[in-house]
Design a protein around this ligand. Structure first.
Ligand code: GLN
Length: 373
């Protein structure tokens, strides 16, 4: 038994770890409805008929619910910190890929996974990020970096890019609340177009993430990891029984999709093409950051949906909900979701993205958004 590096770091600063919260199993989901057998689906504290978002839904839900001073840890592969932060009306920060050690985290997709922070305020989330950041020899993807005091930052005037396509595809009320917040900042703005990210982001993301997930989940074969059943039959029979009984429907869907995308004959057409698309999407972001400091768009295209509405969605419709959060995650760029208003009495989140290692600017802009209230 050992603690993840982020837990060790938080404890060393005097944090008290009070528990683990429900989330989508393996991080597979957008609503924390894929929690797996024996776990409860977290309910949105603003309206218990609605979801907390996912995959780190319990983490954001509890940050919204508790009356105590509290900050939570969340994990994001394609938006799992920003989405629940938006749906629950709290601040969520996803750092640059590699700023926070992943040692001790169960992998979903190694080239995408980040650990970040969620708090009632931007300051709380920034403080936790400051504590858990830093190089870790136990994680080969961890970045060498100077210690930055995010908790000491104050709101700053910056130039904001308004991402055209990501405002086009969302609910009119969500769009209005987000634009109103950006306007009220009184900062310089410029409309930025990210056509490649908005067109190819979701497809590239779901190919790369499921391809990596399908290899990561291979270890759950009932030997060291996964269910342990009575040992009988051949290895293949045992392996199949353990995996059929142990994985939920969403995990099975992703293993199938990811394995298909990596298969001989399909690898070039799907996985490698998605990797090339990812490079093009990063270039598009870099060009935008030569013009503006921070990009702004709605975090989610809608407010937290009801469970009734979610259970009617097809898997593809669910994946499409990640349209706004997936691009920054694919690019490994830091992003925050800050509550900006309400629709149907539910919180709306504004997402701010900065260039690699630009957490400082992102926190400064987020503090300015928070100060509007
Ligand atoms: N909703 C996305 C997915 O299901 C993102 C999940 C995540 O960031 N862990 O893959």
């Amino acid at each position: 038994m050992f603690d993840a590096t982020v837990i060790e770091k938080a404890r060393a600063e005097g944090a008290i770890i009070i528990g683990k919260t429900s989330q989508d199993a393996f991080g597979f989901g957008t609503f924390s409805t894929n929690v797996g057998l024996g776990f409860e689906i977290p309910k949105n504290p603003h309206d218990i008929k609605r979801a907390c978002g996912g995959s780190s839904g319990g983490s954001a839900g509890f940050a919204a619910l508790t009356k105590q001073t509290h900050a939570s840890i969340g994990q994001s592969t394609g938006g799992s910190i920003a989405c629940p932060a938006s749906f629950c009306g709290v601040a969520g920060i996803t750092p640059t890929y590699g700023r926070v050690s992943r040692f001790g985290l169960i992998d979903y997709a190694n080239s995408l996974d980040k650990i970040g922070s969620i708090g009632k305020t931007v300051g709380d989330a920034a403080l936790l990020l400051e504590v858990i950041s830093g190089h870790d020899a136990n994680d080969s993807t961890s970045l060498k970096q100077e210690k930055e005091e995010f908790s000491k930052l104050v709101p700053e005037k910056l130039k904001i890019g308004i991402v055209k396509e990501l405002f086009e595809n969302c609910d009119a009320h969500v769009k209005k609340e987000c634009l109103k917040a950006v306007d009220s900042l009184g900062m310089k703005t410029e409309e930025i177009s990210l056509p490649l990210n908005s067109k190819y982001g979701i497809s590239a993301y779901y190919l790369i993430s499921t391809a990596e997930a399908s290899t990561n989940l291979a270890r759950y074969c009932g030997m060291r990891y996964g269910l342990h059943e009575k040992l009988e039959g051949s290895f293949d029979e045992y392996f199949s029984k353990v995996r059929s009984n142990g994985f939920g429907e969403e995990a099975k869907r992703r293993i199938l999709l990811g394995t298909f995308a990596r298969m001989a004959g399909f690898r070039d057409a799907y996985y490698l093409r998605a990797m090339k698309a990812r490079t093009a999407l990063i270039k598009e972001f870099k060009k935008a950051f030569s013009r503006v400091d921070v990009l702004a768009n709605p975090t989610m295209p809608l407010v937290a949906p009801t469970f009734e509405a979610i259970f009617k969605l097809s898997p593809l419709q669910q994946y499409a909900m990640d349209l706004c959060t997936v691009p920054a995650n694919l690019a490994g760029m830091p992003h925050a979701s800050i509550p900006v208003g309400k629709h149907e009495n539910m919180p709306v989140g504004l997402m701010l993205t900065a260039d690699h290692m630009g957490e400082g600017k992102m926190v400064q802009a987020s503090l300015a958004v928070e100060a509007l209230k």
